[in-house]
Every structure is written in C-alpha cells, then in structure tokens.
Design a protein around this ligand. Structure first.
Ligand code: FAD
Length: 294
C-alpha cells in the first residue's frame, strides 16, 4: 500500500504549488540553493523537486544533495531520476539510497540522450523508457509517490501526438500518480492537450509546468532544447526591451502571471514552476496572483 501517493497533494479548491530547482554547480551556489529552498518553503508548496543531471556521473552527488536538502526542508522532497547511463542494478541502488534518506517522491524520467549523441540508446542492462522506470518503482519501491513528464507540444521523438499521449497513458497505467508538463507559452496548447488526455480516460492530476522567462536569449535557448514554441506576442514584448535585462525579467514575470491566471481560471489542480533557482521571481508571481506566503 502506497502511503504517499503524489495525487493526494491535489485537492478540489486548493492550488497545489510545486517548485523545481536544479543542483548547484559549485560551493557558492550550494549555499545559494539552500537559501532558495528555504524561501520557497514559505509558500507551503505540495513539494519541491530537484532535477537530475544528464549522464550517470551525478548519481552519488545527487544523493548527497538530497540528503542535505532533506535536513533543511519543511515540505516533501521529490527527486527527479532518469534512466540515462544506469543499469537496473544501479537504478535500484540509487532508489534505495533515496528511500533511506526519506525522499517522498520520484519524478520518473527516461532522460535525454547524453551531449553529442543524437538518439537515446538504452544502457546495456538498463531501461528504455520512463514507463519501465515507473513499473520498477511500483514493484520494488512502492512507498514513493511517482510523477511523470507530459508534453502539451508533443515530445520531439514522438511518432505522432496520439502515440505520445498513448505512451503517457501507459506511464500512468504503470503506476504514476500525477503528470507534470513540459514548459509551454501558449495556454491553448495545454488546454487542447488536457482535452485529449481526459478523453483517453486518464485520471491522474495533470499539472501544467510554467517557466518564467528571464531573457530573450534564455527563452530561445530553452525552447530550442525542449521543442516548445515561442508565441509572437511574447517575442514582440521581449524584443521591445532588447538589451535591458531588468525589463526583460519584468516581461517574464508579467507573462507567467498572465499564464497562471488563465490556467487557474480553467481549474488546473496545481502549477509546477521551473524556478531556475530564482525564488525572488516566484515570490513576485505568486504575490501578483494573490497567494499569501506563510
Ligand atoms: C516535468 C519534467 C521534469 C524533467 N526533469 C528532468 C531531469 O531532472 N533531468 C533530465 O535529464 N531531464 C528531465 N526532463 C526532460 C526529459 O528527460 C526529456 O524530455 C526526455 O527526452 C524524455 O523523458 P520522458 O520521461 O518523457 O521519456 P519517455 O516517457 O520514455 O518518452 C520519450 C519518448 O519516447 C516515446 N515513448 C514513451 N514510452 C515509450 C515506449 N514504451 N515505447 C516506445 N516509445 C515510447 C514518447 O512518445 C517520447 O517521444 C524533464 C521533463 C519534464 C517535463
């Protein structure tokens, strides 16, 4: 019996907030990350999640970081984990480690091909897709809550939007408790995706992922990496303040706030913020949305 199902965080009438941060790159940013997490906890999120770096080299470092965060956090911790570069034995060993630390949830992902590699190739003795990771967790580590990734604009390797959605349903049928979407900048894409998701009869909460833009350059880089589209309106607003960093951040805050308002109006169960370790920006957006910290 799973006592910590991730879907239990989403209740009618309550907006389940979650915040995704990334591991620090050096000692200075480690201290900064601890402060960011402390700040984010003030919003009493459903959970804070920590991404898993590409490639297997981060396996042991990520457990060290999770251990430190667990000591400092007052809300549940979700650890992202990918199948990249790990055998099943290594995956199980990492999951045992995370379980021993008291990590509540796993964001179960396949991961991207390592840098310089065009196509994803499974590690010999490893797993090929996220649904297999979900299944493994459900079989051997059933106390974890499990989240998976969904794509309002289909995943770049998807055979078709229909096939991508069918694969997502398989992840939920394998035992995932909630779906967190890739970032998107047109709410219509999310709403169309949600309609098709619901039409397939998938019942796990579908939580939109929002990444507040920090600059035009960053927007172009990130959308190129993940395949999300940039709406002309957002591009125009950012181009109007080219070269002015603070003004571009303000556009990002305004745009993310407008996106969240539209999503909340349409009854989303929660919002998953890609924080990029900038709690100050999240503070501004949530304040504008009329949400109060504790
Ligand atoms: C919320 C969120 C968090 C993320 N966090 C991280 C992170 O921490 N670290 C990181 O490296 N990356 C992260 N990613 C990126 C993610 O790893 C990539 O998008 C990756 O390319 C796909 O991962 P997936 O789990 O969606 O894979 P899958 O669900 O396996 O899907 C990958 C592709 O294969 C297809 N497919 C799925 N299942 C099958 C199957 N059984 N047989 C055949 N085809 C199939 C799908 O249609 C899709 O095109 C995150 C993405 C999201 C949305």
């Amino acid at each position: 019996m799973n006592s910590r199902r991730l879907d239990s965080y989403y209740k009618p009438g309550v907006l389940g907030l979650s915040f995704e941060v990334y591991p620090p790159k050096n000692a200075n940013s480690t201290q900064a990350l601890y402060r960011v997490v402390e700040e984010l906890c003030r919003w009493k999120p459903a959970f804070i999640s920590v991404t898993y770096g590409a490639g297997g080299s981060t396996r042991s470092q990520s457990l060290e970081l999770l251990s430190e965060l667990k000591k400092r956090m007052t809300v549940p911790l979700t650890a992202h984990f990918t199948c990249v570069g790990s055998t099943i034995e290594e995956i199980e060993s990492w999951l045992s480690g995370a379980q021993a630390l008291g990590v509540e949830n796993i964001m179960a992902l396949r991961g991207d091909p390592p840098q310089g590699q065009e196509k994803f190739v499974s590690t010999v003795g490893g797993l090929g897709h996220a649904n297999e990771l979900v299944q493994l967790i459900q079989t051997k580590f059933a106390r974890f809550g499990v989240g998976v990734a969904g794509y309002p604009e289909p995943h770049r390797e998807a055979l078709s939007p229909e096939d991508d959605l069918k694969r997502l349903k398989t992840k939920v049928d394998s035992g995932a408790h909630a779906v967190f979407t890739q970032l998107f900048y047109r709410n219509e894409d999310f709403f169309r995706f949600r309609e098709r998701y619901e039409a397939l009869g998938v019942e796990a909460p579908l939580v939109p992922g929002i990444l507040p833009v920090l600059s035009l350059e960053q927007l172009k880089r990130i959308t190129k990496l993940c395949g999300a589209s940039i709406p002309p309106e957002l591009l125009t607003r950012l181009e109007a303040c080219k070269g002015d960093g603070p003004a571009q951040i303000q556009v990002g805050i305004d745009y993310a706030t407008e996106q969240c308002e539209g999503l909340i109006r349409e009854g989303v169960p929660g919002i998953h913020f890609y924080v990029l370790n900038r709690s100050d920006i999240i503070d501004k957006i949530l304040t504008r949305l009329g949400i109060k910290p504790t």
